[in-house]
Ligand binder design. Structure first.
Ligand code: NAD
Length: 520
């Protein structure tokens, strides 16, 4: 289980910085606690977004290799579910300790493959680690209920695992999203087949090394690779009982439909357009700082990034200070000490973002800060888009209607809080939103009337910690948001309730036979 080989590079040279990887090798897959080479001839290249140097190649695995992973997970399920809750918990404690110990390594591979700054990659790992920590209390959530429902009769509930669950991950949180799922699925007795994003598989591979070291028996967690065909295989196999998906609407709506049509439970967190509302009674400096950080951090590639801001009334004049602040942010390679934001993930992503900025220009908005032509002297081949601020945006413009997923903030202007609420509620997405105000009355009015799943009051990115659940709304979730990730709802998603009604009475106490339904 040598980590360098798991990542397809030598352990000593990987990953330190945006160095040229001497000999990029193929990313392995993980089945039966072994890292294996795929026999495929079809690979997807993974590049460092700061340099576009090849880091690794991700195999589009063959059908028989995918089936090996499914069989492994299927075989591992009966003994894993039979293991005592305490024994599974001990493994989870060790997994948590190992993730903490290897935090820097995990962060480094995220920065190398995905581009975000090292500090932000550490946050990516931490947010996932916290879910793993909370999952150690899984047995507490598994407890059933019991009630004596009638004389000599009791009803009892058991929470049982589903079997093999499939997890399909996006590129933007390569550690956090696998860790939203693996700990809760496994502590509750399920086994897992996980597909990382083909654009950032490294963190999932290190997690597999740590999972094996922690003592997860072989087959309990498997990692497969590929793109659409791999996903379709997971959606169609009867071996998999539930699918956890996080990613775009284009993929997620399709995955929700196909998975559901095949009789699986599906939880799917999708895209977003998160609005901030700025009221004139907000503290100006801290509000603008919070908005800059939430709009441009991770180069805007967060599903909870604040990508639209509604300036209410006179706060419209605050935009010039926001522009000043955004201009001062340092766009740099993620391994550079002072970087505020790194490159976007791929050249295609850069082109898409630039096109959306251009569309805003041609549709009549004002580009107050233009990050399209940013050049980096040290990393001339990187996928750079610098912070961009677009003003006088209207809801009919493409830059408002589409998720940009880049360091681009669109600004709208209204006169009242009620108009801001109306505007946000008319937007089809409903992941998160934030209001900046010093008025409790305004904050409460906003909280009650806003149609978004996660609301911040003077908090720009209100992602709930793992004792709660990630509660997106509207088009930001598939299936109406019934199946949310982590927390108690996460445990509910990965388990099935069984209700048992028992009667234990002596012969003398048995009542006379009746064919009608009991009425007392
Ligand atoms: P993506 O949808 O392109 O990819 C996600 C996964 O789906 C990948 O593993 C990919 O291989 C697979 N996939 C993509 N298209 C597919 C298709 N047509 N058929 C089958 N599988 C397919 O998403 P991404 O670009 O990696 O991630 C960014 C998106 O994820 C953004 O829209 C962002 O808002 C969203 N996201 C949402 C949350 C949330 O909790 N709401 C969190 C993180 C990211």
């Amino acid at each position: 289980l040598e980590f360098g080989s798991a990542l397809g590079t030598s352990a000593t040279s990987f990953p330190r910085a945006h160095d040229k990887i001497a000999e990029p090798r193929d990313t392995l897959y993980f089945v039966d606690n072994e890292f294996r080479h795929s026999a495929t001839k079809d690979f997807i290249d993974v590049h460092d977004p700061a340099t576009n140097e090849l880091v690794s190649r991700v195999p589009k695995m063959t059908t028989s290799e995918l089936d090996d992973a499914l069989v492994s997970a299927q075989k591992a399920f009966p003994p894993w579910r039979a293991m005592s809750a305490i024994a599974r918990q001990q493994i989870m404690f060790r997994f948590v300790a190992l993730i903490r110990e290897h935090w820097d390594r995990l962060a480094a591979v995220i920065t190398l493959e995905q581009g975000k700054t090292l500090a932000d990659s550490k946050g990516d790992v931490l947010r996932g680690l916290q879910v793993a920590e909370a999952a150690c209390a899984g047995p507490e959530y598994m407890k059933g209920e019991v009630l004596e429902v009638a004389k000599d009769m009791e009803t009892r509930t058991y929470r049982e695992p589903l079997g093999v669950v499939g997890v399909i991950c996006p590129f933007n949180f390569p550690a956090m999203i696998p860790l939203w799922c693996i700990p809760i699925a496994t502590i509750t007795g399920n086994t897992v087949v996980l597909k990382p994003s083909e654009r950032a598989p490294g963190a999932a591979m290190i997690l597999m090394e740590l999972a094996a070291k922690a003592g997860f028996p072989k087959g309990v967690i498997n990692v497969v690779h590929g793109a659409h065909d791999t996903v379709n295989h997971l959606l169609d196999t009867p071996v998999i009982k539930a699918i956890s998906f996080v990613g775009s609407n284009a993929a997620g709506e399709y995955i929700y439909e196909r998975g559901s049509a095949n009789g699986k439970r599906v939880q799917a967190n999708l895209g977003a357009k998160n609005h901030a509302v700025v009221l004139p009674d907000a503290d100006k400096d801290s509000t603008l700082e919070a908005i800059s950080a939430a709009a441009f951090g991770a180069a805007g590639q967060r599903c909870m990034a604040l990508s639209a801001v509604i300036f209410v009334g006179e706060t419209k004049s605050w935009i010039s200070d926001l522009v000043k602040q955004a201009k001062s942010l340092r766009v740099d390679g993620g391994f550079e000490d002072k970087a505020d934001l790194g490159p976007v993930v791929t050249p295609q992503s850069k082109t898409r973002i630039q096109d959306l900025i251009t569309s805003a220009e041609s549709e009549g908005s004002d580009i107050l800060l233009d990050g399209r032509n940013f050049k980096h002297p040290k990393y001339p081949r990187g996928n750079w888009v610098a912070p961009t601020i677009i003003s006088n945006v209207t809801p009919s413009m493409r830059c408002y209607k589409e998720e940009i997923f880049g360091p681009v903030l669109v600004c709208l202007h209204v006169d009242t809080l009620d108009s801001a609420i109306e505007l946000i509620n008319a937007n089809p997405y409903g992941n998160g939103t934030a209001i900046f105000t010093s008025s409790g009355i305004s904050a409460e009015r906003f909280r009650k009337n806003i149609e978004a799943g996660q609301v911040g009051v003077n908090v720009p990115i209100p992602v709930p910690l793992p004792m709660f659940s990630f509660t997106g709304n509207k088009k930001s979730v598939a299936g109406g948001g019934a199946n949310t990730f982590y927390g108690r709802p996460g445990v509910n998603f990965y388990t099935q309730l069984k209700t048992v009604t028992s009667k234990w009475a002596g012969r003398d106490d048995v009542s006379k036979m009746t064919l009608s339904m009991p009425t007392d």
